[in-house]
Design a protein around this ligand. Structure first.
Ligand code: HEC
Length: 221
């Protein structure tokens, strides 16, 4: 009964809203927050700590700067998004990449090298890299025999297999059959040297020759 009389049967909110003077807690001198009261427990309207408030204001300013800097200004004048940064870096890196030396070669105009020095250089490359799969005399092992007129790659419409066709096989590789690309290991000159050497073996009939694979070509080289 006492409580009822003291509070005049009104909630704190009613008091704070309608009676001008807000109700103040004697101990802390903080204002009572109106609107809710549970089992006599009430909430004080504590002041936010200053450091917290300032931090909050800083985040508001930051968000405005961020929004304008990353989204509002027209493209180009604003800060780069992660995607743009990524693309810029890739573009910059591409400029520093050494140009592919094979890209500028006019493959169609190439004819097999025949110079003795080139043949020797080609043979050396062949023995170092190609011999494991194509055999000591290019008679074929894992890879096909390259001494006979049968070739897997080549232009069947013109019935020709040229430097260009061999060059393409070596540049691209035939990964599914186990031959890698040699475009990074061999420069264009070395490519042509080993190709010239391979063509020079046409018609040799090495022992243990692998059976013909592919198409029989009339024009070789
Ligand atoms: C790891 C094994 C392997 C090595 C090493 C290898 N080759 Fe091959 N090569 C193959 C295989 C397998 C094929 C057959 C690809 C196909 O069926 O298309 C092939 C195909 C070729 C062809 C096409 C032949 C055709 O009949 O059309 C040429 C040319 C060739 N290799 C050249 C070379 C040269 C030159 C080297 C060394 C620089 C070399 N290969 C090293 C496995 C190899």
């Amino acid at each position: 009964m006492l409580t009822f009389e003291k509070h005049n049967n009104m909630s704190t909110e009613d008091k704070n809203l309608h009676h001008g003077e807000p109700e103040i807690d004697e101990l802390t001198q903080d204002r009572y927050l109106g609107g809710h009261e549970y089992d006599g427990i009430r909430e004080l309207d504590n002041r936010m700590p200053r450091w917290w408030l300032y931090l909050f204001y800083v985040t508001i300013v930051f968000s405005a700067v961020y929004l304008i800097g990353y989204h509002v200004l027209p493209e180009g004048s604003r800060w780069a998004s992660q995607e743009m940064e990524y693309e810029n870096e890739i573009a910059a890196a591409a400029l520093n990449m050494p140009a592919d030396p094979h890209a500028s070669i006019d493959l169609a105009s190439l004819v097999p090298m025949t110079e003795q020095s080139d043949m020797a250089a080609g043979e050396e490359i062949y023995n170092k890299i190609c011999v494991t799969c194509h055999g000591k005399f290019a008679e074929g092992l894992v890879g096909p025999n390259m001494t006979d007129p049968y070739w897997i790659h080549g232009d069947t419409t013109t019935n020709t297999i040229t430097v260009k066709d061999l060059y393409n096989v070596m540049i691209t590789g035939v990964i599914e059959k186990g031959m890698i690309s040699y475009k990074d290991q061999l420069n264009p000159e070395q490519m042509q040297q080993v190709i010239g050497f391979i063509f020079s073996l046409q018609g040799t009939t090495p022992p243990n020759a692998k059976k013909p694979e592919g198409h029989k070509f009339d024009v070789i080289g």
